[in-house]
Ligand binder design. Structure first.
Ligand SMILES: [Mn+2]
Length: 465
């Protein structure tokens, strides 16, 4: 992995893919298959590509891949039985598991354009690609796939070179960036930052500064404090209305005032009494209500993607939120903030030098919520960011211990590159179990006896020599 981002080399790869696509889209391709990831960034990327193909008057099909089956099994159901160079495939925000994909692509006639920002496996030779693969992945050139460039940013850069009028749909990029980076907009870097600035300059996005309560920016300040997931408000998040109202009444702030309409003095009063920060957030001018707020819009898509993918694809094209989607959103932030409050105040912890275990079993937190609770506990530093977090418990149906494992970037720095995936690999080798993940997040299922051994010796599993 290159340390310093090589901008020129990356742009060269992008230009090359653009050139091939432009050359062939006129006379050769008559059908395009777009495949994207099932999250906010993936759906935004897909819509950018769909709009591009619409501009080019090309026939297209689209599919959304949730990684629950292998690429071989998945593509088997999508690729035409009769091979043809008249079909091209565009993958966005997905498709960097090259060990699986290269053997498939090698045996096909179609052109494959992979525009992805997920890291590539270490054991892939990047030089011996099949001739029909056009692989554009900024992480290969040293860019960070979260901070520097979202999947939608990359899809937009590709589409804009082919059809400049795609800029009319460029607001989609902001949703992808917000959904993946989970940061306020003033903290964007590199291509994300440049494209975001372009969106502001072109008035496709409205940039605002204010109190950051992501998850509840569209809401009243009362509900903003209660339902914010980034940050989780330590004293007030997931609390009852009375406690939050009395907090606001003491500061002489109307609890029903919109978070986005607070006066400067009101924001300062809240900040004096909490750890909250101000920052930049984005609005989509042509949308209404929750969908106007980019972060909340992205969060809604991320939630819907797991429950009802077609509702997610439909929602991004709508101006106002449906009652169905709104109910799912409220249910989600309500549960998540209640669970974060439990992690912060109630659940039993076991800590060693390098790890924190949180028992979320016995009905304290629903197993289906363990993963998100672990993620947002870590990003909100509800547990020590210098320790790896293991959150989970006994899963009734399997009688196994299921653990969601998370760490911070700081943890990886301190431990010289050891992240969640390496620890999981180590645990599987020593104790068995099933699981996997990437450097910041993953999960594993273990027998009860293996789990007890893990808990007693955890620091050894986070040490590599
Ligand atoms: Mn992405």
């Amino acid at each position: 992995m290159v340390k310093k981002p090589d901008r020129l080399k990356f742009l060269e790869a992008l230009d090359n893919a653009v050139d091939v696509f432009v050359d062939n889209s006129k006379n050769v391709y008559n059908n395009i298959i777009a495949i994207s990831h099932n999250d906010a960034d993936g759906i935004s990327s897909l819509l950018i590509i769909q709009n591009l193909l619409y501009n080019l008057k090309k026939n297209f099909d689209y599919f959304i891949y949730n990684r629950s089956v292998s690429w071989a099994a998945y593509l088997n159901g999508i690729l035409p039985k009769r091979q043809t160079e008249k079909t091209a495939l565009i993958f966005t925000d997905i498709g960097s598991t090259l060990t699986e994909l290269i053997p498939i692509i090698t045996n096909r006639k179609e052109h494959f354009f992979i525009l992805d920002h997920h890291e590539v496996e270490n054991d892939v030779g990047l030089n011996d690609f099949p001739e029909n693969l056009f692989f554009v992945n900024p992480t290969v050139y040293g860019f960070d796939g979260l901070d520097h460039i979202a999947g939608a940013t990359l899809a937009y850069m590709f589409a804009k070179q082919i059809s400049p009028s795609i800029i009319n749909h460029a607001w989609l990029t902001a949703i992808g960036i917000a959904g993946d980076s989970l940061r306020s907009m003033d903290r964007l870097k590199s291509f994300n930052k440049e494209v975001y600035q372009e969106l502001i300059d072109e008035e496709l996005i409205e940039d605002r500064e204010g109190l950051i309560l992501f998850g509840g920016m569209h809401n009243s300040i009362k509900n903003g404090l209660k339902y914010s997931i980034l940050p989780f408000v330590k004293q007030l998040g997931g609390e009852g209305d009375e406690k939050i109202k009395s907090f606001l009444n003491q500061l002489q702030i109307n609890p029903n005032k919109k978070t986005s309409e607070l006066e400067k003095s009101e924001i300062e009063a809240i900040q004096k009494n909490t750890n909250l920060k101000t920052g930049h957030y984005a609005l989509i001018p042509q949308k209404e209500g929750l969908l106007k707020f980019v972060f909340e819009h992205a969060l809604l898509l991320n939630i819907l993607s797991f429950k009802n993918i077609s509702a997610a694809v439909s929602m991004i094209q709508q101006k106002t939120i449906t009652r169905y989607a709104k109910a799912i959103y409220i249910d989600y932030v309500n549960n998540l903030t209640k669970n974060l409050k439990k992690v912060y105040t109630e659940l039993s912890r076991f800590e060693t030098e390098k790890a924190t275990f949180i028992d979320a079993g016995n009905g304290t937190i629903q197993p289906s919520n363990w993963s998100d609770t672990a993620s947002f506990s870590m990003v909100n530093e509800l547990t020590n960011p210098e320790k790896m977090l293991f959150l989970g418990g006994l899963e009734r149906k399997t009688q196994m211990i299921k653990l969601s494992i998370r760490c911070s970037r700081k943890f990886i720095e301190i431990n010289r590159g050891i992240g969640v995936n390496k620890v999981i690999t180590q645990i599987k080798t020593e104790l068995g179990g099933n699981g996997g993940g990437h450097k910041l997040a993953g999960g594993i299922r273990l027998s009860i006896s293996s789990f007890n051994r893990l808990k007693n010796n955890i620091d050894q599993y986070i040490q590599f020599d």
